[in-house]
Design a protein around this ligand. Structure first.
Ligand SMILES: [Zn+2]
Length: 111
């Protein structure tokens, strides 16, 4: 079972655990440190429709309390409501892989 690194968040994972249980990677929201590393304009763009506090401490507190979605986040979950096209009961051809919600920046095979 290959080990992958998410090209968006840097997280490492396998598609299933040692018991064979499937894992679908979803990037976590931005950490305080990652938020702080952005310039104020980029920080503001992470919260459309919200006026962030000007004070840096209050701004970081807001971001801490309302973690922003990571830009280009990867979400390997299947979109809600997805169904493979209908087929006959005797059609045994393998199904195409189900789509994922977002590929983000992709992933890299590590081992
Ligand atoms: Zn990720």
């Amino acid at each position: 079972m290959p080990l992958y690194r998410c090209n968006t968040c840097g997280g490492t994972y396998r598609d299933a655990d040692s018991q064979g249980v499937s894992y679908f990677h979803v990037c976590p929201p931005l950490s305080d440190a990652e938020f702080s590393a952005f310039d104020p304009m980029t920080q503001a763009a992470l919260y459309p429709g919200v006026t962030l506090p000007v004070d840096p401490v209050a701004r970081l507190q807001y971001a801490h309390d309302h973690p922003a979605a990571r830009p280009n986040a990867r979400n390997e979950n299947v979109p809600p409501g997805f169904q493979h096209p209908p087929r006959t009961a005797d059609d045994t051809t393998p199904l195409d892989a189900a789509p994922m919600i977002s590929d983000g920046l992709g992933r890299t095979v590590l081992a």
